[in-house]
Design a protein. Sequence first.
Length: 125
Amino acid sequence: MRTSDRIVLGLTIAAGAALVVIGVRFLLWPEAAARFFGVGARPTGTELHMVVALRDLWLGALVLGLAALREWRSLALWCGLGALVCWGDAAIVISSGSKMPAIAFHTLSGVACAAIAAACWARRT
């Protein structure tokens, strides 16, 4: 592996690890993480919705780019992890006392992501 490839790989690993740490921090200490990243401890406006919107926009753009490049293994990984996120969202929705349509949406989205992940994995080269 060339030195420049190792540098790029190291930077991508560092970025991914940083995002994992941020996510864990928001799960374990949400109010402290919110304050650190400049979001009110108890959002009063639409800032939380904007954060979710930006997350969904870049993740959607990422999967569109991977699909355009026919990166089957990457799409399988993305969709497989997406299934876990959908099921995690379903658990959060259940614990918040939401109604069945929202629970079913997240659960079925996870099933769809898992099926797409399997189909992408079957196409890997």
